[in-house]
Design a protein around this ligand. Structure first.
Ligand code: TXA
Ligand code: MG
Length: 321
């Protein structure tokens, strides 16, 4: 059920129900973080392994930084620079009744984010608890950037707070603040360069390291239900002889001379990120047989787009040519 009744959503969350809500990155599937029974509903509905921790959300930067007694100074700097916004910080976990063990998947760390989306802020600022929320999609599938994407994936009972299409369109940058220097665990709109510029220290990028327990690190993730192939140009697409491009979708920063059922040319990287998941959802819905994507250069948000494209395409072997 899609609604714009915020009061009803606050009441539902308070009573331990799930509420999906918009954020500037992707839509979240929220539950109060101090109710194990509410948290259990998230894992069940998403089909997510219960040892995969959730991100806590709140409206206040001060409240966010008080989530753990182990917040290093560099994290405070990052918070004042990038919050509210598309950044998640991970801290060593201290005793805190506001967060049940289930919400952090039994881990000894806790992830927290202060979103900038106005509707999310309105919702969160009325909650007297942290809202634990993974992306509002089935486990390992494409995240949702509109309320319609959420509704398509879940049954009609789920309360979905309506909002605009997520402005960034990719999940938050996740930064571990557990060691003496920060490490990036998931790339996003806030880049390693920006973080290094603010902190003046070298930041490690562990986003591709498989030892890290971030489910977004699993090789198969963000996956459309149809094959996705990463290509450089039209010539390469033509070598996929098993597919008729007139039955396929295309996304890229430049025009294609081939005829596609659903072509999308994105003029800059911000737009590429903004449109990517909606494009995946629409290509699936329109019954496209495959998606061909020309990745952007690995610069700025292009780095995170490349990461998502790589993971989303990793299960599809080149099938032709
Ligand atoms: O933009 C976002 O971050 C969105 C919106 C809704 O805030 N949320 C999101 O949540 O992408 P999710 O659960 O789909 O992805 C969060 C990732 C997961 O891979 C999870 O394993 C990891 O963050 N994570 C959460 N808490 C963690 C922790 N304490 N230590 C390590 N990884 C953690
Ligand atoms: Mg997710």
């Amino acid at each position: 059920m899609i609604t714009d009744d915020i009061e009803m959503c606050i009441n539902a969350l308070t009573q331990g129900e799930l509420v999906a809500f918009p954020t500037e990155t992707v839509y979240g599937l929220g539950a109060r973080a101090d109710f194990p029974s509410a948290i259990a509903k998230i894992f069940k509905l998403k089909g997510r392994p219960t040892d995969h921790p959730l991100i806590m959300h709140c409206a206040s930067i001060d409240v966010a930084l008080a989530i753990s007694p182990y917040v290093p100074d560099y994290a405070k700097k990052l918070a004042s620079e990038f919050w509210p916004g598309p950044m998640t910080l991970i801290f060593k976990r201290g005793a805190n009744d506001a967060i049940c063990d289930e919400a952090v998947g039994g881990n000894d760390s806790v992830a927290i984010r202060v979103p900038s989306n106005e509707i999310a802020r309105e919702l969160l600022s009325s909650c007297t608890f942290f809202v634990a929320a993974p992306s509002a999609n089935k486990f390992s599938k494409v995240s949702s950037t509109t309320s319609a994407h959420v509704q398509e994936q879940f049954d009609d009972e789920l309360i979905i707070l309506d909002g605009e299409q997520s402005s960034y369109g990719l999940e938050s940058t996740i930064i571990s603040c557990i060691d003496e220097t920060p490490a990036i665990l998931r790339t996003g709109a806030i880049t390693k360069n920006e973080i290094q510029n603010i902190l003046g220290v070298e930041v490690e990028d562990k986003s591709t390291s498989s030892e890290i327990k971030v489910s977004g690190n699993k090789q198969i993730h963000y996956s459309p239900n149809i094959p996705l192939f990463l290509v450089d140009n039209d010539e390469q697409i033509s070598s996929f002889t098993n597919f008729d491009t007139q039955e396929c979708a295309y996304i890229g920063g430049r025009e294609t001379q081939l005829e596609f059922k659903f072509p999308l040319v994105v003029l800059n990287y911000e737009l590429y990120a903004h449109e990517l998941y909606d494009f995946f959802h629409r290509a699936q819905d329109q019954g496209c047989k495959a998606i061909f994507a020309v990745p952007p250069e690995a610069q700025g948000i292009g780095i995170a787009i490349n990461d998502r494209l790589k993971k989303a395409s990793s299960q599809w072997e080149k099938n032709g040519g």
